[in-house]
Design a protein around this ligand. Structure first.
Ligand SMILES: Nc1nc2c(ncn2[C@@H]2O[C@H](COP(=O)(O)OP(=O)(O)OP(=O)(O)O)[C@@H](O)[C@H]2O)c(=O)[nH]1
Ligand SMILES: [Mg+2]
Length: 222
């Protein structure tokens, strides 16, 4: 009987992810991997951010879902280049899928490529895609215990956006608890309070993205 260890599969994925990152760097593309539960508001956040960002830089999106092209259609409605990956059952994107999708995409050279991962708070955490940074979208409707209960997702990101804060008043959501759990799991990580619906907090996310891109791709003069 042949047994393939998960470690070997992850090592294979990491190798392709490194190649993806090299390719994106060569092409001048800053890449953000967006993760979070189904329905957290990943696509809604993109719909709110893309029109703001593309005023000054090219943007593009890779959408990951088990089935349908519904999220890609939402992005395409904004006239933003987009490729939908259907994982046909897989609960996360992997680096090879991103490599194929990038080949099919009009690359946003000098701008930002967003990758919306499959909605899932577990599986996508272990699979690097070739991204520069990760952003986990957590919504108040999921409950304030999710950071503590799903640690890998929150340990392997650089930033968390707490979304749907416009609904917080209708829920018993303890934001202090979430902040404390994050300080423990992700010390020094960025935290944004946002509402994709009202636009609250989006300016901070936009500024963060611009700065993170600039510090990697824009040479400092003087
Ligand atoms: N009130 C409120 N609703 C929101 C907000 N952001 C998203 N929603 C709603 O939440 C639902 C799910 O949003 P999506 O953006 O599709 O979530 P998603 O994370 O992309 O979902 P998957 O791709 O299926 O994982 C939709 O009905 C949105 O209108 C928000 O900030 N406030
Ligand atoms: Mg979505």
């Amino acid at each position: 009987m042949k047994i393939v260890s998960a470690k070997k599969i992850l090592a294979g994925n990491d190798k392709i992810a490194r190649e993806n990152l090299e390719f994106f760097e060569k092409e001048g593309v800053f890449v953000l991997n967006i993760l979070g539960s189904p329905g957290a508001g990943k696509t809604s956040l993109l719909e709110a951010l893309l029109p703001r960002l593309r005023e000054s830089m090219p943007v593009a999106v890779i959408e990951g879902d088990l089935a349908t092209s519904q999220d890609a259609e939402r992005v395409a409605a904004l006239d933003v280049p987009v490729v939908q990956v259907n994982t046909e059952g897989a609960c996360h994107l992997d680096a090879a899928m991103v490599s194929s999708a990038a080949e099919a995409l009009d690359l946003p050279r000098g701008g930002i490529l967003f990758i919306e991962n499959v909605g899932n708070l577990v599986c996508p955490a272990g699979f690097r895609l070739g991204e520069h940074l990760r952003l986990v979208v957590l919504s108040v409707t999921e409950g304030d215990d999710k950071v503590a209960k799903y640690p890998p997702m929150f340990q392997k990101t650089q930033a968390v956006a707490l979304n749907k804060v416009d609904l917080a008043g209708a829920l018993e959501f303890d934001e202090e608890k979430v902040r404390k759990d994050l300080e423990r799991l992700l010390p020094g990580g960025r935290f944004f309070r946002v509402s994709a619906r009202t636009g609250l907090g989006l300016e901070e996310v936009e500024t963060w993205l611009r700065e993170e891109r600039a510090c990697r791709f824009e040479e400092t003069s003087g």
